[in-house]
Design a protein around this ligand. Sequence first.
Ligand SMILES: *[C@@H]1O[C@H](CO)[C@@H](O)[C@H](O)[C@H]1NC(C)=O
Ligand SMILES: *[C@@H]1O[C@H](CO)[C@@H](O)[C@H](O)[C@H]1NC(C)=O
Ligand SMILES: *[C@@H]1O[C@H](CO)[C@@H](O)[C@H](O)[C@H]1NC(C)=O
Length: 201
Amino acid sequence: MKAFSLAIPLILSFALGSLAQDQVVMSHTHDITPPEPDSSPLTHAEPTLFDLLTIEPSVSIFFSYARETKSSRLLVDQKSNITVLVPTNRAVMALARKPHQDPVPLEDGIEISEQEFDNRSKRNVERWVSLHIIPEAPIFLASHTYPTLADGRSVSFKEIEGDATAPEWTRVLLNGEVQILRMKNASNGVFYLIDGTVVDE
Ligand SMILES: *[C@@H]1O[C@H](CO)[C@@H](O)[C@H](O)[C@H]1NC(C)=O
Ligand SMILES: *[C@@H]1O[C@H](CO)[C@@H](O)[C@H](O)[C@H]1NC(C)=O
Ligand SMILES: *[C@@H]1O[C@H](CO)[C@@H](O)[C@H](O)[C@H]1NC(C)=O
């Protein structure tokens, strides 16, 4: 009986600990401005990038990160004109370092406060999401290079062999290695589903 009553607080503190960790990235939802009311109802026929992300379960991880960033406004804004390279959940889960983590782990023995950890996570997520946004749309792909919203980082598209009658996006590799799986047009930009991520260099 004694052992049992001791075990409960222990289990609880584990559960709460992992909850708190999950929430680090999700704690800024209130920063997001709601969509601006649109004066021309006709443009509602086509979904926004934000709408497309909402209905695509295979990219829910990217979307939950993107919602926490300043870039989320661009996804909602009817007047934006951006290309979003959207990694699948599988591609994000395959990353050795998660998007909110520092690119290089802290050295052993260095400790940072919870607030510093929070700040770094937020900065890392902003950067990571920005790497996946090109501030133009639509764009030509093959043999083109475009700056992303992340300072100093561009992405390029290399043409590969393929069915010449198929859409161009089926015949290019992003940064020489990442395949595009699908393309969707939105009212405020273009959405490419990618089988990898844009890596910061
Ligand atoms: C975290 O960021 C906030 C707001 O930008 C800043 O006021 C605070 O000093 C930062 N804290 C640490 C520990 O870096
Ligand atoms: C969007 O960007 C493309 C490419 O830069 C440009 O050709 C087009 O006119 C822009 N459209 C709008 C609505 O700004
Ligand atoms: C998106 O729009 C472009 C040009 O307007 C068109 O060529 C392409 O087929 C469209 N793609 C899809 C998936 O609707």
